[in-house]
Design a binder for this molecule. Structure first.
Ligand SMILES: O=C(O)C(=O)C[C@]1(C(=O)O)C=C[C@@H](O)C=C1
Length: 274
């Protein structure tokens, strides 16, 4: 039987890879890419069945460009996954932290460890494609003086020594990933979360009106993110996550938003995994 193809950003041992395994099991084919855009494209053109995509982190915040990718490539959200993230500071075995002059990692990983590097100003920070690929490159190139921030799994795979454990600024650190597919997911009535996009013309009290409508319908707004509408300078679209108890209340709310604001795009209706 053909294996399910999952597109991810990052290599074996990256956090995306770990979510793909936890969500789909190990009988999968991984299509790995160095950036997020080809991940979205692979799902849109049918090369991959699903994508795993990080969307926000509890320390570093939202990965804004990914909202735009979901929108532009017309992808649907079928599920979400919250992965606890522990960042390990690792290098070739036998070195001390004092001997490390450079650390390379994914920009989101570097952001999550800002406090640690403030205490080690002799280490230069460099952005790279993903956490695990740097561990792999250090191992292959036998680079001394260079470290990576990656997972314990990546340290094991690439034979790195962990010099400092769990260096993220706050120990309890989570990244929320979404699982994407090309076709619209047909939700059943048990779903209790939805991701939508509403565009509001710049009018007095527009956003307040939208938020009031959501609150008055008893919906829990779990996330709101404004993204500029690039063709129309200074106009914004709002990406909103709603959590609800009753699906019919969600449907009614969407109708009310459509009546007041025009187009509402639904990216997906799924189960909240928080
Ligand atoms: O570099 C990795 O290992 C990734 O999977 C990327 C990524 C991200 O995009 O945020 C995933 C989780 C962590 O927040 C840090 C990096």
């Amino acid at each position: 039987m053909a294996q399910v193809k999952i597109a991810i950003q990052g290599v074996l041992g990256s956090f995306h890879h770990q979510v793909a395994l936890r969500n789909f099991g190990d009988q999968i084919e991984i299509l790995d890419f160095t950036t997020f855009e080809p991940v979205a494209r692979a799902v849109a053109n049918g090369e991959a069945d699903y994508a795993v995509m990080a969307i926000e982190n509890s320390i570093a915040g939202a990965i804004l460009p990914n909202y735009d990718l979901i929108d532009r490539y017309g992808l649907s959200i079928r599920d979400e996954y919250y992965l606890p993230i522990g960042h390990q500071f690792m290098a070739l075995p036998g070195q001390s932290i004092q001997e490390i002059t450079e650390v390379r990692s994914h920009p989101m990983a570097l952001l999550q460890c800002k406090a640690f590097f403030a205490q080690h100003p002799h280490i230069q920070l460099k952005e790279d494609t993903d956490t695990a690929s740097v561990a792999r490159d250090i191992a292959n190139g036998k680079w001394k003086g260079v470290a990576s921030i990656a997972s314990t799994v990546a340290a094991k795979i690439y034979g790195m020594e962990i010099l400092a454990q769990d260096i993220q600024t706050v120990k309890s650190n989570f990244t929320r990933f979404i699982i994407l597919q090309k076709d619209t997911v047909r939700p059943d009535q048990s779903v209790n979360k939805a991701s939508i996009k509403v565009t509001i013309q710049n009018q007095k009290g527009g956003l307040a009106k939208l938020l009031t409508l959501i609150a008055e319908n008893g919906m829990d707004l779990s996330k709101i993110q404004s993204i500029p509408v690039i063709e129309k300078p200074w106009e914004y679209a709002f990406f909103i996550d709603l959590v609800f108890g009753d699906h019919s209340i969600f449907s009614d709310t969407i109708e009310e938003i459509r009546t007041s604001f025009g187009e509402v795009k639904i990216f997906g209706e799924y189960l909240s995994r928080k």
